[in-house]
Design a protein around this ligand. Structure first.
Ligand SMILES: *Cc1c(COP(=O)(O)O)cnc(C)c1O
Length: 244
């Protein structure tokens, strides 16, 4: 997959320049709106972590894909979908409230799970973005530590505002890194992960300390305008198939 080779060149060069080891950075292959054939393309190129932003779409896609893949939720999670999300995903990048933590904790207890999560922070303050405010992070982290023994908080995630200029993202990534350092001190948790950087700005993100980059377009080209066909599973939950 030549797109992946190009991405590897960029990540390798940035790691060399900033004194980081390539193994510190993992690629999440964002396959949203693509079909299982694109997931298979990623897998055969060695990308074993896929990112999806919708629970229903992943529920349709996952059974059609190689069972060795790890599925990461990168989109907003509603409390009414927590049960299905926990059954589908291995890792959660976008947890953004104490209320959502409580729901995840309760369902994890029932299902016997200990999910790994990241707290999503809206560093830019853009209204259109999900994520908690930076000033809410200490409270939410404290809540997780005190009330949610099953939840393993691994670090933080953010999305920079859209821009054609990757440099425009740098202050937001830097801010998330600072928040990580601060929160490690305050909480005593290790909090090693920073999920930041997408197709347009992953080089800058790696320079600023990203441990996960979430890449769709740069690997798979522009996304098909998804037409979703809604089906229901046997519990009446809606599952969305992507159709051409
Ligand atoms: C779609 C999406 C991405 C990938 O975006 P690209 O620009 O195509 O790489 C990354 N993160 C999140 C949260 C997304 O929804």
């Amino acid at each position: 997959m030549k797109e992946l080779e190009q991405v590897e060149e960029v990540i390798g060069a940035v790691c060399a320049k900033s004194g980081r080891d390539r193994s510190e950075v993992r690629i999440v292959a964002v396959t949203k709106t693509h079909g299982p054939e694109v997931v298979e393309e990623a897998r055969s190129a060695g990308l074993l972590t896929v990112g999806e932003n919708k629970v229903q779409e992943a529920m349709w896609k996952k059974p059609l894909c190689d069972s060795r893949l790890s599925w990461h939720l990168i989109g907003h999670l509603q409390t009414n979908k927590v049960r299905h999300a926990l059954a589908t995903f291995d890792y959660f990048h976008s947890i953004d409230s104490a209320k959502l933590l409580d729901k995840i904790e309760a369902v994890s207890e029932e299902m016997g799970l200990c999910p790994q999560i990241l707290l999503e922070v809206n560093v830019s303050g853009e209204k259109s973005k999900s994520g908690m405010k930076p000033e809410e992070v200490p409270f939410v982290l404290e809540h997780a530590m005190a009330q949610c023994p099953r939840i393993d908080v691994q670090g933080f995630m953010t999305m920079a505002p859209f821009s054609m200029d990757p440099e425009a993202s740098r202050p937001y990534f830097r801010r998330l890194k600072e928040l990580q350092i601060q929160m490690r001190k305050v909480s005593g948790l290790y909090l090693p992960e920073l999920s930041m950087g997408m197709s347009g700005d992953y080089g800058v993100a790696v320079e600023e300390g990203a441990t996960f980059v979430r890449l769709g377009t740069v690997l798979f080209g522009s996304r098909p305008k998804a037409k979703r066909q809604v089906m229901s599973d046997d519990t009446g939950f809606e599952v969305c198939k992507v159709v051409d």
